[in-house]
Design a protein around this ligand. Structure first.
Ligand code: NAD
Ligand code: FES
Length: 296
């Protein structure tokens, strides 16, 4: 290993263009609709923190897509992303196999989740949001919190990271909409029961927009600080395009540089919902062109 002039190890000097290639080193199908990729990205792995995201670009005719990190390993120099193949960008990403290089990944971006010893922290992962909730739960645990996790999914096959979350949590609750596993109902049903039974100091919720919105509604009467990780449309991820604009507490914020975490009780949910639907027709057409075999 190279050293600085004072003799301390200089790990950057060991990086070569080859060692910086974003090569896929692991690929797993976690559920019928969710894919995990572990990717070589030593510089990102070194500085990543819970709640941060990367912008991934799959090739010349692809859009850049924001994905919040699910895991990272500074020693191995890898990051892990888990995503649902819902749009053209994620479908293209899902085509990469072990040994192939992803053309560009930039990050870590955004502010990390504010981690401190709050007391009792409830961390909620809804569907694929559970992938992002895991590092937040771990960081909360490492900060000394009593951590309660809630994982919610539509049905049993869509539950992910159950064992990994249980290994972190002091208490864990699972809900499915159809009752095929755990408690029948929504994450908000479990959350309400927890808050009725004990004092909760913070709730962090990551999942689909309606879930985060209703988590905010559920905690409001209890006066519990509630943080959500927003995922509006992003284009550049660096605060320049305005695509990720949200209104929080009456102020304009850019999710990529001011978030992605925000106070759930201050978010203008109606505006976010309508902005997220803005490119629905274009997204549908892009998805259809890819599934129809179009390359551009
Ligand atoms: P889903 O629709 O299956 O919902 C997962 C769980 O969330 C449900 O089982 C339920 O418990 C809860 N939920 C949903 N609607 C609710 C409501 N109205 N009230 C209370 N609880 C509710 O989840 P999915 O299909 O995995 O979600 C995909 C969506 O998640 C995508 O639209 C994507 O944009 C979003 N997402 C968000 C983030 C983020 O950073 N916030 C990250 C990844 C994905
Ligand atoms: Fe362009 Fe945030 S994605 S300003």
């Amino acid at each position: 290993m190279s050293t600085h002039v004072d003799g301390s190890p200089c790990r950057l000097a060991d990086l070569t263009p080859d060692s910086l290639r974003n090569t896929v080193v692991r690929k797993e199908k976690l559920s019928p609709v969710l894919t995990l990729l572990e990717i070589n990205a030593p510089l990102i792995a070194r500085s990543a923190r819970a709640g941060q995201f990367v912008m991934v670009w799959s090739g010349e005719h692809s859009e850049r897509i924001p994905l919040t990190l699910s895991d990272w390993n500074a020693d191995k120099g890898t990051i892990t992303i888990i995503f649902q193949e819902v749009g053209r960008g994620t479908m293209e990403l899902g085509r990469f196999d072990i040994g192939q290089d992803i053309p560009s990944i930039s990050g870590p971006l955004g502010h990390p989740t504010e981690i401190e010893n709050y007391g009792t922290a409830v961390v909620i992962g809804g569907g694929v949001g559970t992938a992002i909730a895991r590092p937040v739960a771990l960081a909360m645990k490492n900060a000394g919190n009593h951590v309660i996790t809630i994982i919610g999914a539509r049905e049993k096959s869509l539950i992910i990271l159950e064992d990994e979350m249980r290994a972190i949590a002091d208490e864990q609750f699972i809900t499915t909409d159809d009752g095929s596993y755990g408690r029948k109902g929504l994450v908000t049903d479990a959350l309400k029961d927890i808050m009725d039974a004990q004092k909760v100091n913070i709730v962090v919720a990551i999942g689909p927009l309606p879930m985060m919105r209703f988590v905010a509604k559920t905690t409001e009467p209890y006066g519990v600080k509630t943080i959500v990780s927003l995922d509006p449309i992003m284009i550049d991820g660096t605060g320049m395009c305005g695509g990720c604009r949200v209104t929080v507490g009456g102020k304009t914020m850019f999710t990529c540089v001011d978030g992605p975490d925000f106070d759930a009780h201050q978010v203008d949910w109606d505006e976010l919902k309508s902005r997220k639907a803005f490119y629905f027709d274009e997204e549908k057409a892009a998805r259809e062109s890819l599934t129809a075999g179009g390359a551009k």
